[in-house]
Design a protein around this ligand. Structure first.
Ligand SMILES: NC(=O)C1=CN([C@@H]2O[C@H](COP(=O)(O)OP(=O)(O)OC[C@H]3O[C@@H](n4cnc5c(N)ncnc54)[C@H](O)[C@@H]3O)[C@@H](O)[C@H]2O)C=CC1
Ligand SMILES: O=C(O)[C@H]1O[C@H](OP(=O)(O)OP(=O)(O)OC[C@H]2O[C@@H](n3ccc(=O)[nH]c3=O)[C@H](O)[C@@H]2O)[C@H](O)[C@@H](O)[C@@H]1O
Length: 455
């Protein structure tokens, strides 16, 4: 099929390159000329495992452009995957979506195009997109649209750092549509994924025995709410683990044993119970805020989601409190942070806990050293005020420091020569913000091991 993808960020690029890998002809359109130039040269503007390899494998079926008139007119399917960042009141800013929908509407000219919204948007937005497309189409063509397009919602559930894996091997595909023709197009578009009939890339084999992938077909509003409800549930699952973690610390229980013990109950499940500094990234914060804002429009409150957000903020402050308890004073203390990205395997620092924690420590007079094995280059561009604190080598974070905090559990950090690094520190204090280091081993190496749950 001929596919157009609007927006070449984490979602758009991953969708485009995966569909091209499966044999579709894909044109990606983005307003950012620099991104388009990089992609046209075969290079990914984002750090995402296997992206470069998949881009190379799919190159002959992919085109990158800033020009909608190349991308839209011949497409059977147009995905919109532009950013929807938070406004100060918690609602998402839909200006990028509006502009993308206007441009698509202007250039639609085929017999039937399914316009699929993949951006995370408030309930009702797909109808709003439909009206923008319609107005734009009618202005340009000077006639009413007559079934040339239909809007569907196809929310995205990929995780950064595992984006391609989650796209090729999803748990489910959700499609919201009230048009049987659109559903048929989407079924055909995703057939290889739904039936898992494609030959997997050698570098990304199918995980275990994955059977057919369920397609959840809903009305538009339900598809939109599924996306918010899924993110809110995952966010509150993590916050729940962190809240129990706090209690575990006080009563002398081990939170890792507790989460294992509850996670083996298949009704609960083991994933997203990893305690620690909590969630960051571009979506959990934004989407929980949007859900609460949407509910408020209907005079409805969301106390559970609100509490999940509060617990998450508390975890970041706890890092500072824990260091203060240990070091008694932060002014003049040299503190290293390992990891800047909001999670491993990405260079994304949107709402990254490390940035908040670094600023809180600097505000209290600490001398902070920061390190990330992958995100440092992007950090220099995006956080100029913090650049003087950036360490080139991981040893610089430990050198003469009073404490080091593990903020992002990059595998590179787990494999460090911890014995040698202890000898560089003024006082070998390690705060394991992700519960991923071995307390016994580090204690034997001379560290004072701290976690956010007091063990
Ligand atoms: N990042 C993630 O892991 C996930 C994101 N989402 C949702 O998907 C949407 C996109 O997120 P990301 O891919 O992270 O965003 P992003 O910020 O990485 O990428 C958005 C891209 O759209 C381009 N763009 C903006 N306006 C445009 C226009 N009018 N025409 C053409 N291109 C335009 C931007 O230049 C940018 O390259 C958001 O609504 C987000 O909430 C959903 C699931 C996962
Ligand atoms: O809508 C989105 O953007 C996406 O948001 C999350 O994906 P992502 O933010 O990329 O990454 P996650 O793996 O969910 O991690 C989010 C944050 O939670 C933290 N986390 C995760 C799991 C856990 O057990 N504990 C925990 O603290 C991570 O460190 C990270 O900061 C969801 O997992 C995706 O399904 C969704 O599509």
């Amino acid at each position: 099929m001929r596919v157009c993808v609007v927006g070449t960020g984490y979602v758009g690029l991953t969708t485009g390159v995966s569909l091209a890998f499966l044999g579709h002809d894909v044109t990606c359109v983005d307003l950012d000329q620099a991104k388009v130039d990089l992609l046209a040269g075969g290079r990914s503007p984002i750090y995402e495992p296997h992206m470069d390899a998949l881009l190379a494998d799919s190159a002959e079926r992919m085109t990158f452009t800033t020009d909608y008139s190349i991308a839209v007119p011949d497409a059977d399917v147009v995905f919109i995957a532009v950013q929807t960042p938070s406004l100060p009141d918690g609602n998402p800013d839909l200006k990028y979506l509006r502009s993308a929908a206007e441009s698509v509407g202007k250039h639609i000219s085929g017999e039937f195009t399914v316009v699929i919204n993949k951006s995370t948007v408030p309930i009702g937005s797909s109808n709003w997109v439909d009206s923008i497309l319609r107005e734009s189409f009618e202005r340009t063509h000077e006639r009413r649209s007559d079934g040339e397009f239909s809007v569907a919602s196809n929310p995205e559930f990929l995780r950064q750092g595992a984006a391609i894996q989650d796209t090729l091997y999803p748990d489910r595909i959700v499609v919201g549509s009230d048009n049987p023709r659109s559903l048929d197009v989407l079924n055909r578009l995703y057939r290889e994924i739904l039936n898992q009939t494609f030959t997997p890339p050698t570098y990304l084999p199918r995980p275990g025995e994955l059977g057919a992938v369920p397609m959840v077909s809903t009305d538009l509003a339900s598809a939109e709410l599924i996306k918010y409800a899924a993110n809110a549930f995952l966010a509150l699952k993590i916050s729940f683990a962190n809240e129990i973690g706090q209690l575990a610390g006080k009563v002398g229980a081990d939170i890792s044993q507790v989460t294992r013990g509850i996670g083996l109950d298949t009704r609960i499940g083991p994933r997203f119970l990893q305690p620690g500094i909590g969630w960051g990234g571009s979506c959990f914060g934004k989407d929980t805020a949007a859900l609460i804002a949407t509910a408020a429009d209907y005079h409805h409150s969301m106390p559970i989601v609100t509490a999940a957000r509060e617990v998450n903020q508390l975890q970041r402050r706890l890092v500072v409190d824990r260091l203060l308890d240990e070091l008694r004073i932060l002014k003049g203390r040299r503190i290293g942070l390992l990891g800047l990205a909001f999670k491993p395997n990405t260079d994304d620092m949107r709402d990254a806990p490390a940035l908040d924690i670094a600023r809180m420590l600097i505000d209290r007079g600490a001398r902070v050293r920061l390190h990330d094995p992958v995100a440092a280059e992007r950090f220099r561009r995006e956080q100029p005020d913090l650049v003087p604190h950036l360490a080139d080598e991981v040893e610089d974070v430990f050198d003469d420091s009073d404490a080091v905090v593990l903020v992002t559990e990059w595998s590179q950090y787990l494999d460090l020569d911890w014995a040698k690094l202890a000898s560089l520190m003024r006082t070998p204090v390690i705060l394991d913000g992700r519960h991923c280091l071995d307390p016994q081993r580090l204690t034997k190496l001379g560290y004072r091991y701290l976690s956010l749950t007091g063990r």
